[in-house]
Write a protein that binds this ligand. Structure first.
Ligand code: BG6
Ligand code: MG
Length: 217
């Protein structure tokens, strides 16, 4: 039987960092003289930092030269890191450790497939780094989700065929990336938003051992 690999997105799947991204982007928007709503923040899920700033500046109708653009990217990340600094295991989303432990006990290879350049320090902060056999993050890819690159690199690092990988994602772009990679996509969050996923769950509390067992067989 061919080996199965599991790939997890980070933000919104393992930890609820979307709220910190939101606060940091809102601060920048406010400093630039406009508001940034929680609804608008939905557009930022799974999207690279650079693309997020492009969208934010579009919302505020603001133009910037390259130097200014880069400075705002740095400013936003400094504010975001101040939130991350205070994170601990209490911010892991419900039942994520149970699922990771289940897979680890069965020696299933596990990778992270995230757009974030802050992925590794976040996993370290919440104590989940040891579960991962490979970390593929915003520092390792040249093409952002919905391009499948991040997940294809993760599969290669795990030594698992792409068609034998299962991906957990909370972003539309992430589900599309997993589908393009030929992987089984599992949407975590709103099933209406993540309707392109092969399976949908509100969160990991809905994923029981029976379901995991089925994926493994
Ligand atoms: C994704 C988030 O995981 O990472 C996005 O869903 C974020 O909202 C992106 O913009 C990049 O993150 P970072 O930490 O590199 O700014
Ligand atoms: Mg996400």
């Amino acid at each position: 039987m061919q080996k199965i690999g599991f790939i997890f997105d980070l933000d919104g799947v393992i930890v609820d960092t979307a709220k910190y991204h939101y606060l940091a982007w809102r601060k920048l928007a406010n400093e630039l003289g406009f508001d940034f709503t929680k609804e608008q923040n939905e557009l930022f899920k799974g999207v690279s930092r650079k693309r997020c700033l492009e969208i934010l500046l579009d919302i505020g109708n603001i133009e910037a030269d390259q130097e200014q653009f880069n400075r705002w990217m740095v400013d936003k990340n400094i504010d975001y890191l101040a939130y991350i600094e205070k994170m601990d295991a209490s911010e892991i989303l419900p039942d994520v450790p149970r699922v990771l432990t289940y897979l680890k006990a069965r020696k299933i290879p596990i990778a992270l497939g995230s757009a974030s350049k802050n992925a590794k320090p976040i996993l370290e902060k919440v104590g989940l780094l040891p579960y991962f056999d490979s970390i593929v993050d915003g520092n390792s890819v040249s093409k952002a989700k919905p391009d499948p690159e991040v997940f294809l690199i993760a599969a290669r690092n795990l030594g698992v065929d792409a068609k034998k990988c299962v991906v957990f994602e909370d972003a539309v772009a992430g589900i599309q990336a997993a589908n393009k990679a030929g992987m089984l996509s599992i949407g975590i969050g709103d099933a209406d938003i993540l309707s392109e996923a092969s399976h949908n769950f509100k969160d990991f509390t809905e994923i029981d051992d029976n379901f995991l067992e089925k994926l493994l067989n």
